[in-house]
Design a binder for this molecule. Structure first.
Ligand code: PMP
Length: 444
């Protein structure tokens, strides 16, 4: 007797060699016109030079920093100040579970279907409501739901950037944005920042010189610096945009996460002339894996975002949109924000305290009033390329400052420290080891 799996395996081998074919209902038949494989000998074949087939834009970006950080923070033995990740102990697991069960139990058929390209309408209503709390008057129709604000950045790049165009960004800024704009063919030029955010006094000269396609800004609790743009600068930036007829791409993942007092209104709230395209996300307030963000802006621009959404992936996954909408509607989102604000402000304070306690001469930092990060200055004589490894050997990871600069040559005495992901005990231990590493990595 022959084993059944042996027979199946034999058939599979014959099928792979095109000697038999099988169809449901017909069984397996021997093919009459079987072709003998005529592969060239291996020695005749060269490897395919893949890079010759890639587009310039895909060849432009090779580093995989976000992937690297994602991999690093997944290691449980490591204290990570590197990523921008919410506190995992605060995920509203039970509530989400209840809503999810309800949604699937009532088995609303819509849950399993496509949703509109622009997003599930009730969720657009909920987002419009959240925007009103941020002083932005946007109707549900002024919102397009996206797979995170990362997708918003990508779409903005695809909508506006031609090879060789210039984009102005703050210096330092979110490295993901630098990567995306560059891979779309842009020259990314930095505008310096200070305690009041983007230096609008330097901006005008840069506008004249580089004629950018748009200005990308993170006015509130900036990544990585934690700085917020003053109200005066917000108006100056808008006025320059009006004067030079330039779109502003405002990225606001952190605005709701204030720990002392509410921040100034977003640029979008201050803009009366439809120059601002506003991106935001639930990644930093709820959880990263959700992949729900949105864009709000003038109708002509939103139509382009919707068009790209359709081309790219049709819409954000329907169950996630239903789940999130219910979570917001039932008032849980607001409660959750209150909870994370308390926890993150305590974690921020714990990190500030630890930095003070283990202070190495020459290190400096400011107290961020919201958001996720402390932008720490290291002593001038730090041996930068050794610090990552030395801290890593002690089980602590962080992001080196130069990552956030478009030209990669500045920021080498800075590091970005995230305080939301680690608990207070880990913060205390992590800063202690990190500062030991700093102490040992300075040249005399
Ligand atoms: N913009 C900024 C400034 C960010 O910090 C991040 C997340 N690190 C993103 C956009 C991307 O967020 P999302 O998860 O919504 O794609």
């Amino acid at each position: 007797e022959v084993n059944r799996s042996t027979v199946i395996k034999a058939y599979q081998e014959l099928k792979a060699d095109s000697l038999v074919d099988s169809h449901v209902g017909k069984g397996t038949v021997v093919l009459s016109h079987t072709v003998k494989k005529t592969a060239l000998p291996d020695s005749y074949i060269n490897p395919l030079p893949w890079y010759q087939f890639f587009t310039d834009s895909i060849n432009a970006g090779t580093d995989n920093i976000i992937g690297d950080i994602m991999a690093m923070t997944g290691d449980s033995g490591v204290i990570s100040f590197a990523g921008g990740i919410p506190a995992s102990n605060l995920y509203p697991v039970e509530i989400l579970k209840t809503i999810q069960t309800e949604l699937f139990t009532t088995a609303n058929r819509e849950l399993f279907l496509h949703s509109p390209v622009e997003g599930y309408y009730p969720l657009r209503e909920s987002i419009s409501h959240l925007l009103r709390q941020r002083q932005i008057a946007a109707s549900p129709k002024d919102v397009v739901v996206l797979s995170g604000s990362q997708q918003g950045l990508d779409f903005a790049a695809r909508i506006f950037i031609r090879t060789g165009d210039t984009v102005l960004v703050e210096e330092p800024t979110f490295f993901g944005a630098i990567q995306i704009f560059r891979s779309a063919g842009a020259r990314v030029i930095g505008v310096p920042i200070d305690q009041e955010g983007m230096r609008t006094d330097v901006l005008e000269a840069l506008l004249i010189r580089h004629k950018p396609k748009f200005i990308y800004t993170l006015p509130t609790f900036q990544n990585p610096s934690g700085v917020s743009m003053s109200l005066e600068r917000r108006y100056q930036l808008l006025n320059l945009a009006y004067q030079y007829q330039l779109p502003i791409l405002e990225d606001d993942p952190y605005g709701e996460l204030y720990y002392d007092r509410p921040p100034y209104p977003p640029l979008k709230a201050l803009d009366r002339h439809g120059y601002v395209i506003y991106l935001s996300t639930f990644s930093k307030t709820l959880f990263l894996g959700l992949r729900v963000g949105w864009v709000s802006g003038p109708p002509q621009v939103l139509a382009k975002f919707a068009h790209l959404k359709q081309l790219t992936d049709l819409h954000v996954n329907t169950p996630a949109q239903f789940l999130l909408d219910e979570f917001i509607r039932r008032g849980y989102y607001e409660k959750h924000i209150t909870l994370v604000r308390q926890e993150y402000s305590a974690r921020r304070d714990a990190m500030l305290k630890a930095l003070e306690k283990y202070k190495v001469p020459g290190t400096k930092w400011d107290k961020p009033e919201g958001g996720y990060y402390i932008w720490c200055r290291l002593p001038d004589n730090i041996i930068r390329h050794k610090l990552v490894a030395n801290a890593g050997n002690r089980g602590v990871v962080f992001l080196p400052g130069e990552t956030f600069y478009p030209d990669g040559t500045q920021g080498d005495t800075r590091i970005r420290l995230n305080y939301t992901f680690t608990n207070q005990e880990q913060i205390q231990t992590g800063i202690k080891y990190l500062m030991q590493a700093v102490r040992e990595t300075t040249s005399l």
